[in-house]
Design a protein around this ligand. Structure first.
Ligand SMILES: C[S@@+](CC[C@H](N)C(=O)[O-])C[C@H]1O[C@@H](n2cnc3c(N)ncnc32)[C@H](O)[C@@H]1O
Length: 258
């Protein structure tokens, strides 16, 4: 496979924050050096330390998620792949199509639909997903649809399994992040499965923790697993940091009713 025909997946850490924090850290360091022995020294060295620390967290996380750094993005996706059953699968917030490709590989009979908003603040696109699926040899087994998780297209249909990874908290067009959770559960066919990973323990996204489980059960979902990600997978530094995956949980179950 040549580089042009190889799939290109991206990690969850975008290039932009790395560039921004590196620039801020270096600029503060230079200013601190210029202000050495001057009253302004501390005013520059403290931000340099803070930006440097953030840069370490963000940069190391990106490395950990990549194949070279332990392949944690793939390992986390595998947790969802293992919970897929049936022959039709919806991935909400499919990004660059990596989770869908892993599902297609592990479940050869499955037909998949990936939905994403593909906003300009992410480095993913529908075209990238389609190119990756073709490169993987899965053309014809996947459809990619642009839409928002908070209001799924009415004609999307129902699925044997609905998965979503680290997407609901990113949905900006609704304040209440459980709106997308409800939409997702409602697309599970009766008897079908759902498996979601998101920052369900993060108070800034889910200020009422009991509403997460309630949203699922009110839509006919029965929760079978509700586990902190760190209990399913040993997360090395800095992935267990609260700003990375410290607040992540996996919630999975079955839809028992309409
Ligand atoms: C952290 S990435 C996760 C991507 C993918 N699920 C994965 O695991 O590789 C968050 C994803 O949420 C998507 N997203 C953000 N807002 C969305 C919305 N309103 N509806 C659907 N997807 C959205 C982004 O485009 C991005 O692909």
């Amino acid at each position: 496979m040549t580089p042009a025909t190889r799939p290109h997946y991206k990690t969850w850490i975008r290039t932009r924050p790395i560039v921004v924090f590196a620039t801020l850290a270096v600029a503060s360091l230079i200013l601190a050096a210029l202000a050495f022995r001057n009253a302004l020294f501390l005013a520059f060295v403290i931000p340099a330390a803070i930006f440097g620390y953030i840069l370490v967290i963000v940069g190391l996380s990106r490395w950990r998620f990549s194949a070279a750094g332990g392949d944690y993005q793939r390992r986390i996706h595998r947790l969802l792949v293992d919970r897929v059953s049936g022959s039709s699968v919806l991935d909400i917030g499919c990004g660059s199509g990596h989770l869908m490709a892993e599902i297609a590989r592990a479940h050869p009979a499955a037909q998949l639909v990936g939905l994403d908003f593909w906003g300009s603040n992410w480095e993913y696109s529908q075209e990238l997903c389609e190119r990756n699926f073709r490169a993987e040899g899965f053309a014809g087994r996947g459809t990619f649809v642009r839409g928002t998780a908070s209001n799924l297209p009415p004609d999307l249909g129902m699925f044997d399994t609905v998965v979503s990874c680290l997407t609901f908290h990113e949905v900006r067009d609704v304040e209440d992040k459980t709106t997308s959770l409800r939409e997702a559960v409602q697309r599970v066919a009766p008897g079908g499965r759902f498996a979601f990973i998101d920052l369900f323990d993060a108070p800034q996204f889910y200020p009422h923790p009991d509403r997460v489980a309630a949203s699922i059960t009110e839509c006919g979902g029965e929760i079978i697993e509700d586990v902190r990600l760190a209990e399913l997978l040993a997360l090395p530094f800095p992935l267990q940091h609260r700003r990375v995956l410290g607040y992540a949980r996996l919630i999975a179950g079955v839809r028992v009713a309409h």
